[in-house]
Design a protein around this ligand. Sequence first.
Ligand code: SAH
Ligand code: SF4
Ligand code: F3S
Length: 437
Amino acid sequence: MPSVYFQTFGCQMNAADSDAVRALLSGRGFELCGSPADSDLIVVNTCSVREAAERRAKSRIAEFAGGKKARAGQRLWVIGCMAERLGDKLKEEIPGVDLGAGAKQMERSGEAVEAHFPKGGAYVGINANGGCDVSGVERLSPPLFSKAAVTGFVPVMRGCDNYCAYCVVPYVRGNERSVPYEAIESTVKEKVGSGVKEITFLGQNVNSYNHGGIDFPELLSRMAGISGLERIRFTTSHPKDCTERLVGVVASSQKFASHIHLPVQAGSDRILALMNRKYTAESYRSLLDMIRTRLPRADITSDIMVGFPTESDAEFRETLELVRCARFTTAFMFAYSPRAGTAAASMEEGISKAEKMARLSELIALQTGITREIYDKTVGEELEVLVTERQQKRDLAWMGQDAGCKRVLISCEGLAAGTILKVKAVRSSGMTLIAEC
Ligand code: SAH
Ligand code: SF4
Ligand code: F3S
């Protein structure tokens, strides 16, 4: 049997895409391999969102390309967002890449099996409609290679029409397309049938899902009715599409995790307008108030960026002020990285790299302190934890997640992945809760 090694960079959408390609290859007789040196095929799924993400992927790909000589006939495929962005330049930049299939045309990996591994069996197109119809990739489930998982990702829409000034995603992922409801329902039911307890619905801009008159709140309400599905999450919500109706649906059933990821990016109205985010710091705060009124225990998390072109020190301090008030449970924090072809790439930055890094450190220190306070305050509370995996380093210890977004370490005999149990948080490490049963 031919074997394949996967390396996936980037967001959860990439993880879901890698699973789909894995399933496609599995259907053609490939076995998953734990070591790149021993595999017939290496697939690298890439991210373009920041310069550093591309740098990491490129150096790994170059390493794999260099290792090809040691195994006759080994193939190297690069898929995902960086493959899309670089197009034909990818093979020029990194000799040794056999196939580049961008995020919009990963279906080509099906054809490539035939071209590269002719004994792999008859080619069956995974996307009868050709082009970038999303349903082809989603229908490839369940991922046959995956170990018995209790959590799963289901992409419900792809692409983005928002064109935030700094962001490459609309260019590499294309326009918004939503998956037909029936395909989502059958994927979810299949996953639940194979033991999945928690599904995270994915979209670059998930709450703008709309297909055949079914919008995102409606989709979520219907999903809550699926028996055996214990917990529902979704990401990422753009603040402009996070409505009271959506939050009402989340509040309507215990099945919904009490967690909303709501990237704010910045706290200055001038910078938010330049970013093309379509809300103000004030309207974002009102949104937080609305969510906290309806979901008082919710974990709200965010993405925050420092050093957008022309951001002054005073404007950066507005971001710090917003973060202080918002009390996000956690946040992903980034220094602005110019991406060719985006609107911001042609703006004069006016901030040194050292200044950007100093702002990022200050922001991280502030948010880390808030995260610690929130975790510490949870000690003594009863949590409902979905046990997800064994903690490798300690005996009897399992990792899980509470009904919000907090990581929980449980020491308990006789546990199994997939169990949902009520436990008491007895300690906090500032980023993990320790619980006893
Ligand atoms: N669709 C999601 C996020 C996609 S990218 C959303 O709209 O929120 C994830 C995060 O990466 C963004 O929220 C942003 O904070 C960050 N990001 C995107 N482009 C970036 C860039 N050019 N430089 C630095 N950070 C960036
Ligand atoms: Fe990028 Fe903005 Fe779209 Fe998010 S909403 S993917 S940040 S363009
Ligand atoms: Fe990166 Fe593409 Fe996701 S650019 S963040 S892998 S959509």
